[in-house]
Design a protein around this ligand. Structure first.
Ligand SMILES: Nc1ncnc2c1ncn2[C@@H]1O[C@H](COP(=O)(O)OP(=O)(O)OP(=O)(O)O)[C@@H](O)[C@H]1O
Length: 195
């Protein structure tokens, strides 16, 4: 079962952002949420993540799910290294296991961050922080992943590498990704949900 959204409503004051919005997010697939700026993509994601309360409507399919996310902001601990940020969201001793650290090195290389894992996040550029936030989300233990413009600020070549990595890591899993680029959705093999 995927995520069912029924008659979702959300207004900020007089401004109705979502009005009786209905959708089904299929299980085991990537879905890209697309719409013009200001149409409510982030609002929808924030409601699904429980960060925002809807005015009405029903959401099912999130019960007992482990959710991971790249938020609209990076939300990294700036004084910690990227590696430490990623280890923070690992359960038990997993973050220190040799296997995990090896997998992480592969992830750093795949997104073009090799050699940066031990540096404090505050020394990274905006695009590098975006990739660090993405790695943290991907390496958490999840069965639903929410991504809010995860490829923001990446140049063409880097974006292609990152998209290929995300596609591989998300194969067969339930992912909802906000993007403005149709091409990103195509590379991810995603279904498109228009708001
Ligand atoms: N906390 C808030 N208070 C008041 N209005 C808000 C708030 N959050 C969002 N909005 C408004 O709700 C609308 C939808 O915002 P949202 O961020 O969901 O759009 P979006 O589709 O994700 O846009 P973008 O593509 O520019 O990120 C916008 O008009 C925005 O100004």
């Amino acid at each position: 079962m995927g995520i069912q959204i029924t008659n979702l409503n959300k207004a900020y004051g007089e401004h109705q952002v979502l009005e009786n919005f209905c959708a089904e997010i299929p299980e085991g697939k990537t879905t890209c949420v697309m719409a013009a700026s200001g149409k409510g993509k982030t609002t929808l994601l924030r409601i699904l993540m429980g960060l925002e309360k809807p005015d009405g409507g029903e959401i099912t399919g999130l019960e007992n799910k482990r959710i991971s996310a790249v938020f609209q902001e990076d939300r990294l601990c700036e004084n910690l290294s990227t590696e430490a940020n990623i280890r923070l969201v690992q359960k038990g001793g997993k973050g220190r296991s040799r296997d995990f650290l090896q997998q992480l090195q592969d992830g750093f290389s795949a997104v073009g961050l090799e050699g940066w894992g031990k540096r404090p996040v505050k020394e990274l550029s905006g695009g590098m922080k975006r990739r660090a936030a993405l790695l943290r989300a991907l390496y958490a233990d999840w069965n639903i992943l929410f991504l809010d413009e995860p490829f923001k600020g990446l140049d063409r070549e880097t974006k292609d590498k990152v998209l290929a990595f995300v596609r591989e890591k998300c194969r067969g899993k339930t992912v909802l990704c906000v993007t403005h680029e149709k091409e990103e959705a195509e590379i991810l093999g995603a279904e498109i949900l228009e708001l």
